[in-house]
Design a binder for this molecule. Structure first.
Ligand SMILES: Nc1ncnc2c1ncn2[C@@H]1O[C@H](COP(=O)(O)OP(=O)(O)OP(=O)(O)O)[C@@H](O)[C@H]1O
Ligand SMILES: [Mg+2]
Length: 368
């Protein structure tokens, strides 16, 4: 096999590896008192094995709905949802119970919801192992101590939740959530009830779990201190993934470390994406927009009638000015990228015909 073919085979094999979390066009519709709420409206998300991803979004955007589905507590209305090889739409009761016990771990926002109040930290962890049946009885104690140490709460071993701080409770809750070595850890605002310094500690505990145990983590947060620290942050807007921020660091030639955060819009398989609200508001984009395929980008212009009328008035003025200067109005001009106009009235510019009159054409005209 040549190097090229072995590389291609490796790439195909990597692409064939199923992600730990895969949502394709996921829909969840709630019906309450005859009113339909579309909490998820065709959400797409892929989280690979070993990734740690933060999920952010406004209140009501669908974050908890997604987490409840991924945890196996709720079933989506339509679409694809697969976690660690389990199909969450088709799985039957027995598989669902096994899935909840061993394949996913969950940490809730309310510290009181994560732990049984009358049991100590060690007993809470041991209880999870008994229910999950993944650790033989003889090994439970050693594994409990190992988990408490990993989460740096060894001193809380014999304390009940009421005798621990909020941050300690959440770290013990993480230990309970990973007691049966799940592939995926889901956390819905685990730092929501904590102050900033404690939130950072809990996040560091999650990072340790991700790094040292290779557990894939999806964490919902409103906390910029949390989302700013993970490499990948996915934003949900109106029940769809809208943007992603990818963070990386690099060291320059002077040995200085730079942190770079790049924001991307999410494009689904059908070519759909959401324009950020600040863009649509600033340019008054609504109802219809014009698209233009340029060599290395796609332009988006307002498509409203008012804009059209303005443009035609500009073109008329340009034509009159050109006649006054004795020039032909259709003279070839250099069109600055991003100002190319389209003559077609189609909503979508598969039509790449250019009218020759660019918005900025007057600025490129020479005065004789
Ligand atoms: N069981 C339910 N019945 C009816 N509507 C629901 C139900 N659960 C959620 N919703 C609705 O679905 C939408 C998404 O709710 P969700 O709880 O997922 O939002 P969220 O992003 O987690 O918000 P927050 O940041 O406030 O926790 C909301 O409009 C909510 O009212
Ligand atoms: Mg929520």
């Amino acid at each position: 096999m040549t190097d090229t073919t072995s590389m291609e085979t490796a790439v195909r094999a990597a692409e064939a590896v199923e992600p730990h979390i895969l949502c394709v066009d996921l829909v969840r519709i709630f019906t309450a008192q005859g009113v339909e709420v579309q909490a998820l409206q065709g959400l797409n998300l892929r989280v690979d094995e070993g990734e740690m991803v933060a999920l952010v979004g406004a209140s009501g955007s669908g974050k908890s709905t997604l987490m409840t589905i991924l945890s196996g507590l709720d079933t989506p209305t339509a679409g694809v949802a697969r976690v660690a090889g389990h199909d969450l739409l088709s799985m039957k009761r027995a598989e669902r119970v096994a899935y909840q016990r061993r394949s996913v771990g969950f940490v809730w926002q309310q510290t009181s919801r994560n732990l049984l109040p009358y049991y100590t930290a060690a007993e809470n962890i041991a209880m999870a192992m008994v229910v999950g049946r993944s650790v033989p009885a003889a090994k439970r104690q050693a594994k409990t101590i190992e988990l408490l140490d990993l989460l740096e709460v060894g001193d809380c071993r014999d304390r009940r939740p009421g005798e621990m701080s909020g941050g300690q409770q959440q770290r013990v809750a993480i230990a309970v959530a990973i007691a049966n070595s799940p592939a995926v850890l889901l956390a819905d605002e685990p730092t929501g009830e904590l102050d900033e310094a404690t939130s950072v500690e809990v996040l560091a505990a999650m990072e340790a779990v991700n790094r040292e145990r290779g557990v894939t983590i999806l964490i919902v947060t409103h906390d910029p201190a949390v989302s700013g620290q993970v490499r990948r942050t996915v934003q949900i807007r109106d029940g769809r993934t809208s943007t992603e921020v990818l963070r990386r660091s690099h060291v320059d030639e002077d040995g200085l470390e730079h942190h770079i955060a790049e924001e991307f819009a999410v494009l689904d398989r059908a070519g759909r994406m959401q324009l950020p609200a600040e863009f649509t508001n600033r340019l008054n984009l609504r109802d219809r927009v014009r698209l233009a395929l340029e060599p290395d980008h796609v332009g988006v212009w307002p498509g409203q009638r008012e804009r059209e009328a303005e443009r035609m008035a500009e073109q008329d003025a340009d034509a009159r000015a050109a006649q006054r200067h004795g020039r032909h109005s259709g003279a070839p001009q250099a069109a600055p990228a991003g100002t190319t106009e389209h003559s077609g009235n189609t909503e979508h510019s598969g039509n790449t015909e250019h009218s020759g009159n660019t918005e900025d054409s007057h600025s490129t005209e020479e005065t004789p």
